[in-house]
Design a protein. Structure first.
Length: 244
């Protein structure tokens, strides 16, 4: 009887832990899966197994009779240039500066710090990986001049880091479920738009963009999880605005 009670107590503890930490465990699984996906893409890219896939997707945005001609009228080309700027260092930097300034004025220092650490860490990671893999850009006439290596896509990765981190923050502060869904959905849509624009412009291979999305999402989720754990332990304050 004692053993039965002991096992029952142990089961309740395990069940309580799993229930309480379900979101954290799901986050760990997602981060692990995204990192594995990035490594798989990187491995196949190095071995040349992504060439057919990359070529097929890039040709969707090119005139089949002239691969140097990007499909669509001139106004579409200008629109794509505007959209791809959403993932540039300048625009993302201004966005982070604006959001963090607002959070500091609202006395939400922990949230501001989370965004800064996430974006700066993602930038350093992207730069390091570009230098490590040193993949040449696609041999196509592109719509803009590029100065860094191709893999992974910096625009795709940093837009994922920035938009998803801010989206997760807005979702945590949102008072209703529809607003939480909207915050995350908007972040995902913006991230996808930036990545597709890089393919349209011919400045990245599809595998570059996929790798950037995977690693950017993994890093953003990891930073949000770390901030949540620190708040639970009381290492940093809870993200609630204080009265002025």
């Amino acid at each position: 009887m004692f053993d039965t009670l002991s096992r029952s107590k142990h089961y309740r503890r395990v069940h309580s832990f799993v229930t309480k930490e379900a979101k954290l465990l799901t986050g760990i699984a997602l981060v692990s899966g995204l990192i594995l996906a990035f490594l798989k893409i990187a491995d196949e890219m190095i071995e040349g197994e992504m060439e057919a896939f990359d070529h097929a997707i890039l040709m969707v945005f090119r005139d089949p009779t002239n691969v140097d001609q990007i499909i669509g009228p001139a106004w579409v080309h200008e629109m794509v240039r505007d959209l791809t700027a959403l993932g540039s260092f300048a625009i993302l930097g201004l966005m982070v500066l604006g959001v963090c300034s607002y959070l500091l004025l609202a006395r939400m220092r922990a949230e501001a710090l989370m965004i800064v650490v996430s974006v700066l860490g993602g930038t350093l990671l992207s730069t390091f990986l570009k230098m490590s893999y040193n993949r040449p850009r696609p041999d196509l006439v592109a719509m803009s001049t590029q100065f860094t290596a191709s893999f992974p896509s910096g625009h795709a990765m940093l837009s994922a880091v920035t938009f998803l981190t801010i989206g997760a923050l807005l979702a945590r502060l949102a008072p209703t479920r529809p607003l939480r869904i909207f915050s995350i959905s908007a972040a995902i849509v913006l991230t996808v738009i930036v990545g597709i624009s890089r393919l349209y412009m011919g400045v990245h291979y599809p595998s570059d963009v996929l790798a950037g999305w995977c690693l950017g999402a993994a890093w953003a989720l990891f930073c949000v999880m770390c901030a949540t754990i620190l708040q639970r332990r009381g290492t940093i304050q809870q993200g609630l605005p204080e009265d002025a």
